[in-house]
Design a protein around this ligand. Structure first.
Ligand SMILES: NC(=O)c1ccc[n+]([C@@H]2O[C@H](COP(=O)([O-])OP(=O)(O)OC[C@H]3O[C@@H](n4cnc5c(N)ncnc54)[C@H](O)[C@@H]3O)[C@@H](O)[C@H]2O)c1
Length: 448
């Protein structure tokens, strides 16, 4: 099939690479000329494991191309995916749909013959109706079926998620779209990934429902972690004991510094706004967002407390900046708030992240960036592990201790065990695991 993808960011590029790998003929479109030029040179503008190889192989096979010129690619396509950003609108948290609307207008002008226009961007319920309306108004002769096809991939594991999804959700209003979308996803369907057809509004709601539920699950275990600290329990064991119950499941039950990233913060806010607008408030999600907001300040205070209540003039080393490992995405990363809070208190921050420093530099320039974990430890008064990259999981603690001014480790991802770290002479602080409450790690704090 001939497929065009409008927007070549984290979702558009992974979608394009994977659909090309299925054998489709794909063109990825973006307005950002630098991005397209880089892609044409064979450079991948984001860090996502396996993406560079996937893109390279499919470009070489002649199945994947890049362009800034939307019209030609859309005219030739049987299916056009819209994968542009839907950030939070300033002020009210509603999803900002300006890029989706603009893309819809441009697509309307360019389509030729019957075309399925599938929205991959995460959009509020009713947006599919609006996209259909925009296309009908812009080009009354256009013959299109507008479909909602939300994306569930996780950055850091995006290719595997796209190729082995738990489900593919397709919301349709025009029966002609059913066979077209089935053909797009046929390789996955043959692989037994459930292809679930709903109406368009239901599909739009599934995406927000899933993200808000996961954000709520993380927030629940974070509150349990606080309770564990107050009560003397171990949150990792509580999470394991809960998660082994199949009705609950163990994923997204890792206590930490609060959720961040490019999706959960904006999608929870958007769902709250949708509920308010429709007179059907999402009170659990409202509470989730408020708890998560408070947690950001609480994490800086935790570091300050670990430093004896004062960080002015002290050097705090930060390990990990991205909102989770295996991505370079810094959007709404908890590190930004934690570092901001510590800078406000007069600390000097030295930081290292394996792939996030280029993006981080554009967001916080008052941090000193260094090239590895041991340089972060150099003369530091405390180390804070914020993102659980694999390379932080087995640090040489003896070397770190020698490098530091005072051996204090604040492990916001529960990567280490209390016994192991204190044996090396550190003061150790983790999340929801008070000293003596069964401090064995072993249970993975893996990212989801
Ligand atoms: N990032 C994720 O993990 C993820 C997962 C699932 C769903 N989503 C959703 O997918 C959507 C895209 O997210 P993303 O992270 O890929 O965003 P992104 O910011 O990485 O990419 C969006 C791209 O669209 C381009 N663009 C905007 N308007 C355009 C236009 N009119 N024509 C051509 N290109 C245009 C931008 O230049 C940018 O490169 C969002 O709605 C997001 O909520 C994201």
């Amino acid at each position: 099939m001939k497929i065009a993808i409008v927007g070549s960011g984290y979702v558009g590029l992974v979608t394009g690479g994977c659909l090309a790998d299925f054998g489709h003929d794909v063109t990825c479109i973006d307005k950002d000329e630098d991005k397209i030029e880089a892609l044409e040179r064979g450079e991948i503008p984001i860090y996502e494991p396996g993406l560079a190889e996937l893109v390279k192989a499919n470009v070489a096979a002649g199945r994947l191309a890049f362009t800034t010129q939307l019209a030609g690619a859309v005219a030739a396509a049987q299916v056009v995916f819209i994968a542009v950003g839907t950030p939070s609108r300033r002020g009210d948290g509603h999803a900002d749909l300006r890029y989706v609307r603009e893309a819809a207008r441009e697509v309307a002008d360019a389509v030729s013959g019957f075309t399925v226009v599938a929205t991959k961007s995460t959009v509020p319920v009713g947006t599919g109706d609006e996209v259909a309306q925009i296309i009908a108004t812009t080009n009354p002769a256009a013959d299109v079926a507008v479909v909602a096809n939300p994306e569930f991939l996780r950055e850091g594991a995006a290719i595997d998620d796209f190729k082995r999804p738990d489900r593919i959700v397709v919301g349709i209003e025009d029966e002609r779209a059913r066979s077209v979308m089935s053909a797009v996803y046929q390789p996955l369907y043959l692989n037994k990934s459930p292809l679930m057809f709903t109406n368009r509004r239901t599909a739009e709601l599934i995406k927000y429902g899933a993200n808000a539920f996961l954000a709520m699950k993380i927030t629940f275990i974070n509150e349990m972690a606080d309770l564990c600290e107050a009560a003397g329990g171990n949150v990792q064991e509580v999470a394991r004991g809960m998660g082994l119950d199949n009705r609950i499941g163990g994923k997204f039950l890792h206590a930490g510094p609060g959720f961040g990233g490019s999706c959960f913060p904006k999608d929870t806010l958007a769902l709250i706004k949708i509920g308010q607008d429709l007179g059907s408030p999402m009170r659990l999600v409202e509470t989730t967002v408020s708890i998560n907001e408070q947690r950001k300040g609480a994490m800086s205070r935790k570091v300050v407390a670990a430093c004896g209540g004062e960080v002015r003039g002290k050097t705090i080393g930060v390990l990990g900046l991205t909102f989770k490992p295996n991505t370079d995405d810094m959007r709404a990363a908890p590190s930004l708030d934690i570092i901001g809070g510590l800078l406000d208190q007069g600390a000097r921050i030295v930081a290292y992240d394996p792939h996030g420093m280029a993006s981080a530099r554009g967001l916080i320039d008052t941090v000193e960036y260094v090239s590895n974990a041991y340089a972060v430890a150099d003369n530091a008064d405390a180390l804070v592990l914020v993102t659980e990259w694999d390379e932080f999981r087995s640090l040489d603690l003896a070397r770190i201790k020698t490098a530091m001014k005072t051996p204090v480790l604040v492990d916001l991802r529960n990567v280490y065990s209390h016994d192991e770290v204190t044996r090396h002479g550190f003061a150790y602080f983790s999340v929801g695991r008070p000293a003596g409450a069964g401090g064995k790690s072993g249970l993975s704090g893996a990212a989801e």
